[in-house]
Design a protein around this ligand. Structure first.
Ligand code: HEC
Ligand code: HEC
Length: 417
C-alpha cells in the first residue's frame, strides 16, 4: 500500500486526521483555514494520511514517489499532494510548495487547516521581513515541554513553517522537518509572482541557496535564500534544532487574544502533559516594537537586550556552540546565563578586529563603539560569508533598532561584574 494521496482539485489538504486529534480547535487558530478541509476529502483519505504520518519516514511526504494510483481514484493530471511530513529521502524533497500538504494546494499562500499558528516574544531579525509561523503535528503527536529548560520538544514527523513577506508579497516559505529521533532537515521555497503577478506557488530552493532581488511591486528587496547547510548552522543540535518554540518565546498573549498562547495550546490538547507556567523572569520580552507587539511596560534595558541576543545570536554563541566547534567555548549569549558568565565583558577578541575599528574587546563597559559585539552588528554585508558581519548569515540590512538597543545596553553597564 502506499501512503501517498491523490488529490482531486477542490479536496484541499488531506490531513483531517489530526483535526480530530486536536479537537477541532486547531483549525480555529490556523491562519489560513480555508474551510474546505473536512468537506469531501473522504474517510479513505483521512485513514491513509494518518498512517503515513505516523510512520515518519515511511514515505508519506515522499517527493514524487509514485502514488501507485491507489489513492482516491486519481484522475489524469491530478498531482500527488503530500501530508506535510518529512520526505522518505531527505535529498528528494517535494519540489513545489503547493504539493507539500503544508499549504492549501489551491492557494499555497494559505496554510493547511492542520497548521497551528503561533507567535514569539523576540523574533529573529530578517531584514525587516514580516513573518508568520506555524507547526503541523503528525497524527496523534503531542508536544513535550521540558520541565527544566522550557524547551518544546516536537514529535518525529512534525513540520515547522515560517513565511517571509515584504509588502504582503511572499518571498520565502521555510519548512523545518523532524525526520527521526536525531535528524531535522530544512527546506526553503522561493515564491513566484513578483511585482504585480498573482502568487500561485513556490519552488524549492536549490541545495546551495540562492541570492535574488525580489520585486514586491513597490520596491526591490535583496533576498538571500539560505542553503540547507545554512539552516542547520543556526538550527543546530546544541541550540536544540527548533529555535523559537520554548516557554521563553511562546509564553505570551498574542495580539487580539486574551488567553496566553501556552494556555490556549493546552486547551487544544497539543501537549503530552500540562506544562508548568514559566516564571516572569524566564520569559523573553519584545526587544522593540514590531508587528508582534511592543516591549511590556516596565521591561528593563537588560531584559530587552538579552532577549534580542537570545533570538539573534545565542543559537551560534553558546557553550559547545554547535557548528562553530567551540571556537569560543566561553562566549554564551543565552538569555538564561548571568551576565558575569556570558564571557564578553572586557574579553579580548579571538577572531581579530573589525575593519575600521581599533578595538580588540568584545564588550567594553560604557563604550559601545569600542565593543566588537556592536561593531560586528553594523558591518556592511558583503557576501554570504561576509567580513565579520553578525549574525553570520541571513541578513543584508543592518537592524538599526537592534544596534541602538545593544548600544544603549553597553552604555548602561559601567563596569564588569
Ligand atoms: C541566521 C540563523 C538562521 C538561519 C540561517 C535559518 N534560521 Fe530558521 N530560525 C532562526 C531563529 C532564531 C528562529 C526562531 C525565531 C523566530 O521564529 O523568529 C527560526 C525559526 C524558524 C522556523 C520556525 C520554527 C523554529 O524553529 O523556531 C522555521 C520553520 C525555520 N526557522 C526554518 C528555517 C529553514 C528551513 C532554514 C534554511 C532554509 C532556516 N530556518 C535558516 C534562525 C535561522
Ligand atoms: C550563524 C551563526 C552565528 C550567529 C547567528 C551569530 N554569530 Fe557571531 N560568530 C559566528 C562565527 C562562526 C564567528 C567566528 C567567525 C568570524 O569571526 O566571523 C563569530 C564571531 C563573533 C564575534 C567575534 C568574537 C571573537 O572572539 O573575536 C562576535 C563579537 C560575535 N560573533 C557576535 C555576535 C552577535 C552579537 C550576534 C547576534 C547579533 C552573532 N554573533 C550571531 C557565528 C554566528
Amino acid at each position: 500500500m502506499t501512503a501517498a494521496l491523490l488529490l482531486a482539485a477542490g479536496c484541499s489538504s488531506s490531513g483531517n486526521g489530526s483535526d480530530e486529534d486536536q479537537g477541532g480547535s486547531a483549525g480555529s487558530t490556523a491562519a489560513g483555514a480555508t474551510g474546505v478541509a473536512g468537506s469531501t476529502a473522504g474517510s479513505g483519505g483521512h485513514a491513509t494520511g494518518a498512517s503515513g504520518n505516523g510512520g515518519a519516514t515511511s514515505g508519506a511526504g515522499g517527493a514524487s514517489a509514485g502514488a501507485g494510483g491507489t489513492g482516491a481514484g486519481g484522475t489524469g493530471g491530478a498531482q500527488t499532494v503530500g501530508t506535510c511530513s518529512p520526505p522518505a529521502d531527505i535529498y528528494s524533497p517535494i519540489q513545489k510548495l503547493s504539493l507539500t500538504g503544508c499549504v492549501d494546494p489551491n492557494d499555497p499562500t494559505k496554510l493547511t487547516a492542520r497548521a497551528v499558528t503561533y507567535e514569539v516574544n523576540s523574533p529573529l531579525w530578517s531584514d525587516g521581513a514580516d513573518k508568520t509561523r506555524a507547526f503541523v503535528l503528525p497524527a496523534g503527536g503531542k508536544i513535550h515541554v521540558d520541565a527544566t529548560t522550557g524547551k518544546w520538544v516536537f514529535p518525529v514527523g512534525s513540520v515547522l513553517i515560517k513565511n517571509f513577506l515584504f509588502d504582503n508579497k511572499f518571498v520565502e516559505t521555510r519548512l523545518f522537518m523532524h525526520v527521526d529521533d536525531t535528524t531535522w532537515v530544512g527546506y526553503g521555497y522561493e515564491w513566484n509572482g513578483q511585482s504585480a503577478d498573482k502568487q500561485t506557488d513556490a519552488n524549492i530552493v536549490g541545495i546551495g541557496g540562492d541570492e535574488v532581488k525580489f520585486n514586491t511591486g513597490s520596491r526591490t528587496v535583496d533576498w538571500f535564500y539560505p542553503s540547507r547547510a545554512d539552516c542547520m548552522s543556526c538550527h543546530n543540535d546544541v541550540a536544540g534544532d527548533s529555535l523559537g518554540p520554548s516557554n521563553m518565546q511562546m509564553y505570551r498573549v498574542n495580539q487580539g487574544q486574551t488567553v496566553n498562547q501556552l494556555d490556549q495550546f493546552e486547551q487544544m490538547g497539543l501537549f503530552d502533559a500540562a506544562p508548568a507556567k514559566p516564571a516572569t523572569d524566564q520569559v523573553l520580552v519584545a526587544p522593540y516594537t514590531t508587528s508582534l507587539g511592543s516591549p511590556p511596560a516596565g521591561a528593563t534595558l537588560d531584559q530587552k537586550a538579552r532577549s534580542y541576543l537570545q533570538a539573534n545570536c545565542a543559537h551560534c554563541h553558546q557553550p559547545n556552540d554547535g557548528n562553530n566547534q567551540s571556537v569560543f567555548p566561553n562566549f554564551d549569549l543565552r538569555f538564561t546565563t548571568a551576565f558575569k558568565d556570558i564571557g564578553v565583558c572586557n574579553t579580548p577578541v579571538t577572531q581579530g578586529m573589525v575593519p575600521g575599528s581599533t578595538s580588540n574587546t568584545i564588550f567594553k563597559p560604557g563604550d559601545p563603539m569600542s565593543s566588537v559585539m556592536l561593531t560586528r552588528m553594523t558591518e556592511p554585508y558583503t557576501d554570504q560569508n561576509g567580513d565579520g558581519r553578525m549574525p553570520k548569515i541571513g541578513t543584508h540590512v543592518v537592524d538599526a533598532q537592534g544596534v541602538s538597543l545593544i548600544g544603549d545596553w553597553i552604555t548602561s553597564i559601567k563596569s564588569c561584574p
